[in-house]
Design a protein around this ligand. Structure first.
Ligand SMILES: Nc1nc2c(c(=O)[nH]1)N[C@H]1C(S)=C(S)[C@@H](COP(=O)(O)O)O[C@H]1N2
Ligand SMILES: [Mo]
Length: 365
């Protein structure tokens, strides 16, 4: 690792849900290396592996030789809500994330599938099924590997409606250095770990990426894996996290606060909700004032450019009695009927936590 610590931060949750589109400077940062400084004029992305024609594309090729597409999608770290798993269930390994390691932005660039079409894959049917598209950034050494890489199934990458982009813009502006300038992968519905920033190499291959962060991180290990040693035998057999689970979380009221009820004896409860992988959008969010005995439906707010991959901001006026409340819960359901469980399975790395959104210890007056 070169000098300097990787930039890792998340905004305050109340700030995060104040806009449907997350401003560039507000979105969380997750890095396993320092931020590389790349030159957009000379940068190239190489496409090779099991392809008919290897390509080497400049940023202007990516911009001018391919149709440009927009997608408004949530991009979420697989470790989002890790703190809840740690606090409500059991200690986990990994840097602490609260509920704001997610952002909902508009991304613009060519579709990965159009770029792969130009290269043309050279695989037979059997190979096709097991093949992955691997992404790499060789510009900076990471904490646990000499480069950063990830891969997703080729079949997903080639789907026109998967909306996977080689993004050149975020919220209509060129990418910033922190978010991957000059080009990053955007993988709607798939964990942020696969959305490789500072992309310089795409490989079509009959195996997953060999990078540390695909093989030895970002996996939902079984509960028997309780430390590094007992985890070791599972890394090679547990699949990497790809699609993220249905989720929601409560931003308001804040844990430990005192809140004045309105004349009708209600308080505003608000948060965000996310669909499972490909199963968006979220169609329902329910809120409970009494730890899950009774539920009322929240209002789902509309957002500009929203679609199946974007988050839903929601709010409701929740009737509640005075005093210190029981837990307030939120529970999202997506278009395919996936609903959050009360608690999700503990795993050593604390990834993919999607138990009910939960706020305790709020005093109502
Ligand atoms: N090259 C590179 N790409 C990367 C990472 C990284 O460390 N290096 N982190 C990944 C992880 S784990 C996440 S959650 C997202 C975070 O994207 P952001 O920093 O734009 O929020 O980028 C992904 N892409
Ligand atoms: Mo991540």
């Amino acid at each position: 690792m070169p000098e300097g610590k990787p930039l890792n931060r998340e905004p305050a949750l109340q700030e995060l849900i104040s806009s449907f589109i997350t401003p560039v400077t507000e979105g969380y940062d997750r890095n396993h290396s320092v931020l590389p400084e790349l030159n957009g004029d000379t940068h190239r992305v190489r496409i090779d592996g099991a392809v008919k024609r290897s390509l080497e594309l400049s940023v202007s090729d990516l911009q001018n030789d391919f149709e440009q597409h927009d997608v408004v999608c949530a991009l979420q770290c697989a470790g989002n809500r890790r703190n809840t798993m740690r606090v409500k269930i059991k200690e986990v390994q990994g840097i602490n994330w609260f509920d704001a390691a997610v952002m909902n932005c508009k991304w613009t660039g060519p579709r990965l599938r159009d770029v792969l079409d130009r290269a043309g894959t050279s695989l037979d049917d059997n190979e096709y099924e097991v093949s992955h598209v691997a992404f790499a950034c060789n510009a900076a050494a990471c904490e646990d590997d000499t480069w950063y890489g990830a891969s997703i199934p080729l079949a997903r990458a080639l789907r026109e409606d998967a909306d996977i982009l080689l993004a050149l813009k975020m919220n209509d502006q060129p990418l910033t250095k922190a978010h991957g300038y000059p080009v990053r992968v955007v993988t709607p519905g798939i964990a942020g770990a696969r959305a490789v920033k500072w992309l310089d190499h795409i490989t079509v291959q009959t195996r997953e990426s060999e990078n540390f962060y695909q093989q030895h991180d970002y996996k939902v290990l079984p509960p028997e894996a309780t430390d590094a040693e007992s985890a070791s035998k599972f890394w090679s057999i547990v699949p990497p996290v790809q699609e993220m689970p249905v989720n929601s979380t409560i931003a308001t009221p804040v844990e430990g606060s005192t809140v004045q009820r309105d004349k009708a004896g209600c308080v505003t409860v608000a948060g965000y909700a996310l669909p499972r992988g490909d199963d968006g959008p979220v169609v329902k969010v329910e809120v409970s004032a009494d730890a899950g005995h009774h539920w009322i439906e929240a209002e789902l707010l509309r957002g500009e450019g929203e679609g199946k991959w974007s988050w839903k901001l929601w709010k409701c006026q929740l009737p509640i009695s005075t005093g210190t409340s029981k837990a307030i819960y939120s529970r999202a359901t997506d278009a395919a009927g996936n609903t959050q469980p009360e608690r999700s399975q503990w795993n050593l790395r604390g990834v993919c936590y999607n138990g009910y959104g939960e706020v305790t210890d709020v005093k109502f007056k």
